[in-house]
Ligand binder design. Structure first.
Ligand code: NZQ
Ligand code: ZN
Length: 388
């Protein structure tokens, strides 16, 4: 049965090849001082930087730059970003990049007008914002996280090996996001497939919970089928606009709060992957890929009906003459075959994890209770060992 919920998404999206021009509609809504947030330089090489700077200049903006946002942005970088935004008296934080830039902008936005240390306030104490939030806009260059239309902001502290996500409310979501699938074409193949697996796993995390007949599960199945189909086109033809645009749009819907309505949601693959990421600083989507199969094989008996449905509805596994266990396992075998075709990393060792990190990663894994099995610490350790 669907429980009680409310639904609103606060982000306005502009999608398509011409979408960057909509900055001309958005920029006049904010004051003069803009902080332009970007990563390690891909936007300079692709020409997006010049195009954005031109539009900012045409709109009379006074721009400060906050560059060098790294994949898996750190607590130290966040403190630097808060300082830059404060000094510039930012009216708008404009993030241009992947999920890391967009997440980081949100984390800065809730911290500019707060005195407390942002890492401690939001990531160790999980407090909600208590000070004025600076608006965020996002120009997305990588499809994957859904950060463009959600309140998530993941930050890593290298000193303590902690990678922690805070999911903020609608007041922190980007006020607008610009999604031009052409901007994703310059992604290296490894980043493209990591993003594709991230999209798929976001859907799985919400799908693998509950037994009810929920409209969210049908939406999830449709999204998964679209991701599989278009990923297979994109790996052979990365320049295929239709495939890249479908992937970009699916990524947004995979994690913009819609398909979690009426669901408890699992998120244990993310908890395991994120904890491993705190130790390895590995690419987010790859950490998920490395722990997924051991985790799903472990919980399959507890969610058998849903894993059977996943096999039949998403992977077209024929149920004829098979037990439910066999059908469900065939579904996971199909998932594995697809992951191999994509070329995602299937072990944590390849991402730099070693046996002696397992206890620490297990300690850093948040154990959630929305999925089919609340893991014990021993189970976490054994799943991590199988993922090595
Ligand atoms: O830094 P630059 O030079 O821009 O290069 C980036 C980076 O090295 C590159 N890149 C991005 N767009 C490109 C490009 N290179 C060439 N052409 C382009 N068009 O790709 C690399 C990875 O970028 P990043 O932003 O780190 O990737 P992603 O979008 O996967 O973001 C990962 C971060 O998001 C968090 C992750 O934990 C991680 O910290 N997540 C955020 C979520 C949310 N807000 O809800 C949910 C996710 O589950 C995830 O946890
Ligand atoms: Zn993710």
């Amino acid at each position: 049965m669907l429980g009680n919920f409310s639904y609103k998404n606060a982000t306005k999206l502009y999608f398509g090849e011409d979408s960057l021009q909509y900055l001309n509609e958005e920029l006049p809504k904010y004051g003069t001082n803009v902080v332009l947030i970007y990563g390690g330089g891909s936007i300079k090489r692709s020409g997006i930087y010049d195009a954005v700077r031109k539009l900012l200049a045409e709109n009379g903006k006074n721009v400060a730059e906050d560059a060098g946002v790294m994949p898996n942005p750190t607590a130290d970088k966040l403190r630097e970003g808060v300082r830059i935004a404060r000094e510039h008296k930012a009216d708008l934080l404009l993030a241009v990049g992947g999920g890391s830039c967009c997440d980081y902008a949100k984390a800065v936005s809730v911290s500019v007008n707060c005195d407390e240390d942002p890492w401690e306030k939001y990531y160790l104490r999980f407090e909600e914002p208590t000070c004025r939030i600076v608006p965020v806009g996002c120009i997305l260059t990588m499809a994957g996280t859904g950060s463009e239309m959600n309140g998530g902001a993941v930050i890593t502290d290298h000193k303590t090996h902690q990678k922690i996500g805070h999911v903020f409310g609608e007041e922190v979501m980007p006020k607008f996001s610009i999604l031009n699938p052409r901007f994703t074409m310059s992604l290296p193949r490894r980043q493209m497939v990591a993003g594709i697996y991230d999209i798929f796993n976001h859907i799985c995390e919400q799908y693998f919970s509950g037994e009810d007949d929920n409209v969210s599960d049908y939406l999830a199945e449709a999204l998964m089928k679209s991701v599989i189909r278009n990923s297979l086109i994109a790996i052979d033809h990365p320049e295929d606009y239709e495939a890249r645009s479908n992937l970009m749009w699916a990524a947004t819907w995979a994690l913009n709060t819609l398909i979690s309505r009426g669901k408890t949601t699992d998120w244990m693959v993310h908890m395991l992957g994120q904890a491993a990421g705190g130790y390895t600083d590995a690419t987010h989507g790859m950490t998920l890929a490395a722990v997924s199969l051991p985790y799903y094989r472990h919980i399959l008996p507890y969610g058998l009906a849903k894993f059977r449905r996943f096999a039949v509805e998403v992977w077209n596994v024929s149920p004829e003459g098979k037990t439910d266990e066999k059908i469900a396992n065939d579904g996971l075998a199909a998932l594995e075959a697809w992951m191999k075709k994509l070329g995602v990393t299937l072990t944590l060792s390849e991402l730099g994890a070693t046996e002696d990190m397992i206890e620490g990663i297990a300690d850093a894994t948040f154990i959630l209770d929305g999925g089919y099995k609340v893991l014990t610490r021993d189970e976490v350790v054994s799943i991590l060992k199988e993922s090595l």
